[in-house]
Design a protein around this ligand. Structure first.
Ligand code: GLN
Length: 248
């Protein structure tokens, strides 16, 4: 029986708009297929051994929470996170968690905070927040006839800019994404998936959830070929209804 170990980093601090729903979706979609899932919650002061996990999740958090965990993430867990990324570990990072993986964050009121420098991007805040439902399109999801469209919700002051070796996660169809200017959303580097899309990202977008599950099973089990079929009639109806409503 296949088994996945998922780590939720800082679940008590990085969990805006129900970001934990992503973990629930991963777990449920695995269990429906007979794949066992263990979830570990690792926060400030906890020992973090990245090798014990197959998927590492960082949710969103405001500047306030980012400051609270700053010392722990930089000084206690930083090396482990950077090594895990270099060793192709699967990560999903949302908004505040996404920003943390980058080089620095300059807040809208001029404070510059050094972040993990695990992936080549940086974030600069602005007074005007970027808020709303949004839709973007991911090439890596365009398989089996699926159009790659993802629906999400964003709320951030930070504008993120990607370095030359980092690809965007997707192309904005409607909304702001990384910075409201270049038309891109999120970041993709090795097996690190970063997005501004909060809360119910994976429950709303089952194809994205399955992509992460299949990727981590492929990493772990040599004999893994593909995921078994699930009836996603309701999930797909909800997804298509929202996309139609947002795009207009
Ligand atoms: N501090 C960040 C910002 O406002 C993150 C916010 C969030 O995670 N929603 O840009």
């Amino acid at each position: 029986m296949y088994e996945l170990n998922i780590c939720h980093l800082y679940p008590d601090l990085l969990n805006l708009y129900g970001d934990r729903g992503n973990i629930i979706a991963l777990k449920r979609r695995c269990e429906w297929r007979g794949i066992n899932v263990n979830v570990s919650n690792i926060s400030i002061g906890d020992n973090f051994d990245a090798e014990s996990y197959d998927i590492i999740f960082l949710g969103g958090g405001q500047n306030y929470e980012q400051e609270i965990l700053h010392d722990d993430v930089i000084n206690q867990k930083g090396n482990e996170i950077r090594n895990a990324i270099n060793n192709n570990k699967v990560f999903l990072a949302v908004c505040g968690g996404y920003q943390l993986l980058g080089k620095y964050y300059k807040t809208w009121d001029g404070k510059e905070i050094q972040f993990l420098d695990a992936v080549d991007f940086w974030t600069i805040g602005d007074k005007k927040r970027m808020i709303g439902d949004f839709v973007f399109e991911c090439d890596f999801l365009k398989e089996n006839g699926f159009d790659g469209k993802v629906v999400g919700f964003e709320n951030h002051s930070g504008r993120t800019y990607l370095g030359p070796n980092v690809k965007p996660l997707g192309k904005i169809i409607k909304g702001y994404g990384n910075n409201g200017k270049d038309g891109f959303e999120g970041a993709l580097y090795k097996n690190v998936y970063c997005t501004y899309s909060h809360g119910s990202l994976l429950p709303k977008n089952p194809a994205f959830a399955d992509h992460l599950i299949a990727l981590s099973l492929k990493q772990k089990y040599k004999d893994f070929v593909s995921l078994s079929y699930l009836n996603d009639e309701f999930e797909e109806l909800a997804n298509r209804t929202m996309i139609k409503r947002i795009i207009g």
